[in-house]
Design a protein around this ligand. Structure first.
Ligand code: 5AD
Ligand code: SF4
Length: 450
């Protein structure tokens, strides 16, 4: 009997660098490529298609991409000798920023695709196979991308949902406004539709994603309005969002943190520096006092809210006193977690051309001091949970029967003893804490914590 024609199985390997937006985009690329017969592989050397989903935000991103391409070229040549092909695709922000150069410099690369053009991957792959036409798609049409991408198949109880892309803030150190383009918000109806579909497929927690997620303006009521609408979805038990900008923390959004139980008491709110002089040079549009005031108001609305942030040390012109101001802000606020980086000049951004770049050794020393303080705070925050009963969203089962893992409301990883199905929220008594996770046991077998 004739079998319906199915595309031959091909292997796809995606290497993801950088932010959660890229993690989300890699998932979407897998979805776009599945109908073409691409099944995920966990190794680049036996893949028919390799995608490097690159990040341009820090460090020597471009050099890293070229050295990775070099490694892939060796696999490609070996496969060619065995009569097999390998398509190499460069995606993400390096693709957007340096697409033309990559095409010119790396003949092993078959195609380059910017973050707004992933829906064009099938077409680009077909062109690469025919060895004809443009190898580069790097235009800025976020709307078209979202409309064209297929429905998603979530693989767990917690999912990301991208609602906003790009940024108009132009912090002087940052490449995002150049690589991801102008701020674009997806229409409210589209976001709600995608969220409902995820919940129908078993998702219980949604993290809204965007470079400037709280600048969302895709529907009436702005970002707080969107959160309110999402909170109405039955079966969705937890909402989170990242990354936010302090100047977009509206009164309404702050109030919602005290009103909406589904909105988790955890917020990643990058401050970058505690020095007003440096914040001004960064074009952050807020100072230290403004940031402290936002935190105070968030805590008034939701006293247990856990805070996370980003810091850059060694921004051009940062003096010892500016750095002390950063440490003072950390001590004043108290963070549950934080990311901190040495300033790295990004070509084309205003800060890269500033005089008074800080010496590399000085940057390293400051970073080490800052990270020591931040990790002390993180450990103290985790240890403060010992003895508490926390509602934990179960994300999976442990290696042995009777073990499970999940997330606390404060985004801590929790390992615990219980027979609990993924998707349930169970009450866990916290018995131990480490730098990065908590451990405990189910508090009461019949109690399902809210
Ligand atoms: N150098 C160092 N860190 C940077 N970030 C963004 N651009 C740079 C840069 N040029 C950091 C910021 C931002 C995070 C995502 O990356 O702290 O919030
Ligand atoms: Fe970059 Fe964030 Fe500043 Fe936008 S607000 S320019 S994404 S650091």
């Amino acid at each position: 009997m004739d079998q319906p024609e199915r595309p031959a199985l091909k292997r796809l390997y995606i290497e993801t660098y950088g932010c959660q937006m890229n993690v989300y985009d890699s998932e979407r690329m897998r979805d776009v490529l599945a109908p073409l017969g691409y099944a995920p592989s966990d190794r680049p050397d036996d893949a028919d298609l390799v995608v490097l989903n690159t990040c341009h935000i820090r460090e020597k991103a471009t050099e890293k991409v070229y050295s990775e391409i070099g490694r892939l070229r060796a696999h490609k040549e070996r496969r060619a000798a065995e009569g097999k092909g390998m398509t190499i695709a460069i995606a993400g922000c390096v693709a957007q920023a340096e697409g033309e150069e990559i095409i010119a410099r790396a003949p092993a690369v078959d195609l380059v695709v910017g973050p707004q053009a992933y829906h064009k991957l099938p077409e680009l792959i077909a062109r690469a196979a025919r060895k004809s036409g443009e190898r580069l798609a790097a235009d800025f049409t976020a709307q078209e991308k979202f409309d064209a991408l297929p429905a998603r198949a979530p693989d767990g109880v917690s999912a990301f949902l991208s609602i906003q892309e790009g940024c108009d803030k132009f912090c002087t150190f940052c490449v995002v406004p150049y690589t991801r383009g102008a701020e674009y918000s997806r229409p409210l109806g589209d976001v709600l539709g995608e969220a409902r579909a995820l919940v129908e497929k078993g998702v219980r927690e949604i993290t809204l994603l965007g470079q400037n997620v709280n600048a969302y303006h895709g529907g009436e009521g702005g970002f707080a309005g969107l959160l309110r609408a999402l909170a109405q979805i039955e079966g969705l038990v937890r909402l989170r969002y990242t990354t936010s900008h302090p100047i977009e923390m509206s009164d309404d959004l702050i109030a919602l943190h005290g009103e909406e139980e589904k909105l988790m008491p955890y917020l990643h709110l990058p401050v970058q520096s505690g020095s007003d002089r440096i914040l001004k040079a960064m074009n952050r549009k807020h100072d230290g006092a403004f940031y402290r005031r936002i935190i105070e108001r968030l805590r008034a609305a939701r006293p247990d809210i856990a805070l996370s942030t980003d810091f850059i040390v060694g921004f051009p012109g940062e003096r010892a006193q500016d750095f002390e101001d950063t440490l003072a802000l950390v001590r004043d606020v108290g963070f549950a977690s934080a990311y901190s980086f040495k300033y790295s000049p990004r070509p084309g951004t205003p800060a890269a051309a500033m005089m008074a770049q800080v010496d590399e050794a000085e940057k390293s020393e400051r970073l080490a001091r800052l990270q020591k303080l931040l990790s002390e705070q993180q450990r103290a925050f985790n240890e403060a949970q010992i003895g508490r009963v926390l509602p934990v969203l179960v994300t999976g089962q442990g290696r042995k029967p009777g073990q499970a893992h999940g997330r606390s409301p404060y985004l801590q990883a929790v390992h615990f003893e219980a027979d609990a199905a993924p998707g349930a929220v169970v009450a866990v008594r916290i018995e131990a804490a480490s730098q990065n996770s908590l451990a405990g046991a189910r508090a009461a077998s019949a109690t399902e914590a809210a």
